[in-house]
Ligand binder design. Structure first.
Ligand SMILES: NC(=O)c1ccc[n+]([C@@H]2O[C@H](COP(=O)([O-])OP(=O)(O)OC[C@H]3O[C@@H](n4cnc5c(N)ncnc54)[C@H](O)[C@@H]3O)[C@@H](O)[C@H]2O)c1
Length: 251
């Protein structure tokens, strides 16, 4: 499959890598972010691909519809959407989180993901094909102390993709979620060394993912080779979601 792929959060670490990977597979890329993602679009063009930068806030339904119209006018029908924009700004135990902080995280990470992909659904159904990928998190399935709104929103995405997968399967549209663990994006690398070391020690593969290692799974899900894969939740987490329980002696 190729055509226009619309990627939100495209100025960030995983979004940028996803745009580059999709372009490498022949997709024309609409790189979307709050203030656009011209740096990402330029990197795609430098690599020989076709891309444009679009600015919109995923919380704004009308702005999302307008971005889809502009993507379609510039790059053709939207055949894939990667709902990747996200925030994880607030660290607070559940007993103390303010209602506004809760609403803010759910608004971007869950409602925003839906609003940013919804405009593509009717066209995909009418054309008889398409790909939708939501970037969730292992926080959805494993929990993440101190980030109750984030993990609840990311878990909400899992219910969303199962339902969309059912609704759109008759049209040959697949809808899946990717659940990254710890990814070495700028924000993660900027965390205090002590926090990073503690997190790294919990990853069975012993390191954080490169953003390209998440992007390659997203691009696979958008490919023809993944035509029979829908409604799936795919961890890309180096095994961090595995139980660390051992009953025998350490070898
Ligand atoms: N980095 C990790 O370790 C990790 C782990 C699990 C899941 N994730 C998820 O992967 C996705 C990408 O994360 P990243 O690490 O590349 O983060 P990032 O902060 O580098 O990128 C996120 C992008 O989303 C954009 N964004 C935020 N709010 C927006 C809004 N309202 N409208 C439009 N765009 C908005 C930001 O401007 C930013 O460019 C997120 O959904 C994140 O929750 C990341």
């Amino acid at each position: 499959m190729t055509g226009c792929a619309l990627v939100t959060g495209a100025a960030g670490g995983i979004g940028r890598a996803t745009c580059l990977e999709l372009a490498g597979q022949g997709w024309r890329v609409a790189a979307c972010d709050l203030d656009g993602a011209e740096g990402t679009a330029a990197a795609v063009r430098d690599a020989g691909g076709e891309a444009l930068s679009l600015a919109f806030d995923v919380r704004d339904a009308e702005a999302a519809r307008d971005a889809h119209r502009r993507a379609e006018a510039g790059l053709g029908a939207v055949g894939a959407v990667v709902a990747n924009a996200g925030v994880a700004d607030r660290l607070a135990r559940a007993a103390r989180i303010e209602p506004e902080a809760w609403r803010g995280e759910v608004e971007v990470n869950l409602t925003g993901a839906f609003l940013s992909l919804q405009p593509a659904l009717a066209g995909m159904r009418d054309r008889g094909g398409g790909r939708v990928v939501a970037i969730s998190s292992t926080a959805a399935t494993d929990g993440l102390a101190g980030q109750v709104a984030y993990s609840a929103a990311k878990a909400g995405l899992l219910g969303m993709v199962r339902t969309l997968a059912l609704e759109l399967a008759p049209a040959g549209v697949t809808v899946n979620a990717v659940l990254p663990g710890m990814v070495a994006t700028e924000k993660v690398e900027a965390m205090p060394a002590e926090v990073r070391d503690r997190a790294r020690a919990r990853v069975p593969l012993g390191r954080f993912a490169d953003p390209a290692e998440v992007a390659s799974v997203v691009a696979f899900l958008c490919s023809e080779a993944a035509a029979y894969l829908t409604g799936a939740w795919i961890p890309v987490d180096g095994g961090i979601g595995l139980s660390n329980l051992t009953l025998g002696r350490e070898e």
